[in-house]
Write a protein that binds this ligand. Structure first.
Ligand code: ADE
Length: 245
């Protein structure tokens, strides 16, 4: 997966990309994300990327030129490198379609370079939307201070689905939401912690019993915490039996 993040706060984004799984995915060559400072695409001596809103009101609006110039430079770069598929331009925005595991999967398989246009302050000049026609995607019904954290959420969720990123290749398949079921409980050593014992079955070594226990716990947890995920779903005979136990 290849990504480009256009932002006024490159350090905010690079900090997260330089840690843990995202760092390792890049080291393994499975993920390549570049962070670009919008100031580098401004047209004036002072590298001003924002300005006061026409029509008055508080806050600042991000100017259109840096976004459009940066995307055009990326487009030209992609053509030069002979990447026929071009760019997929995403604008994180609370007005976008809701992000989901399905979109994460799609991004993880995307052949095009994914460009994230990160707004900040009051917003981005409307002409960025009109001229670049980005896909707007929201990570939830709340408002963040900028698109950077939303872009990182999308990159993170997609990266762990790239084959080879996770240590355990089955773990992405077992994910809640991949199949829309919540996760089962996890335990590690010690076998007892402050009077709380690890369920006996997990110590039994019986893989079939463990598989069934985990499935039952996942079904139960979903039934209690997110019954909406089960509503339109036809359960297998085994799942029905486990849920009834
Ligand atoms: N930018 C600000 N809030 C956002 C949200 N909820 N999702 C995506 N981008 C955003």
């Amino acid at each position: 997966m290849r990504g480009e993040v256009l932002t006024l706060f490159p350090d905010l984004v690079s900090g997260v990309l330089g840690q843990s799984m995202l760092k390792r995915a890049q080291e393994k060559g499975l993920l390549a994300v570049r962070v670009r400072n919008l100031r580098d695409y401004t047209e004036d001596r002072h590298k001003v990327a924002d300005d006061a809103p026409y029509g008055g009101g508080g806050g600042m609006v991000l100017k259109p030129e840096p976004f459009v110039r940066a995307v055009e430079a990326l487009q030209a770069g992609a053509e030069e490198q002979g990447e026929p598929s071009g760019l997929r331009v995403i604008m994180p925005s609370p007005q976008g379609r809701p992000f989901s595991q399905q979109i994460a999967q799609e991004l993880s398989e995307e052949a095009r370079t994914i460009v994230f246009l990160c707004g900040h302050y009051e917003g981005i000049d409307e002409r960025v939307r009109l001229s670049l026609k980005p896909e707007e995607i929201s990570i939830g019904d709340y408002v963040l201070t900028g698109g950077e954290l939303a872009a990182l959420v999308m990159i993170d969720a997609a990266t762990r689905l790239i084959p080879g990123v996770l240590g355990d290749p089955d773990s992405a398949l077992r994910d809640s939401f991949q199949e829309p079921l919540l996760d089962y409980p996890h335990y590690t050593r010690p076998p007892e912690f402050r009077g709380l014992a690890v369920p006996e079955i997990l110590l039994s070594g019986n893989h079939e019993h463990i598989r069934r226990w985990r499935r039952k716990e996942a079904l139960r947890s979903t039934y209690v915490k997110r019954p909406d995920l089960l509503r339109d779903r036809v359960l297998s005979a085994e799942d029905r039996r486990l849920l009834d136990e």
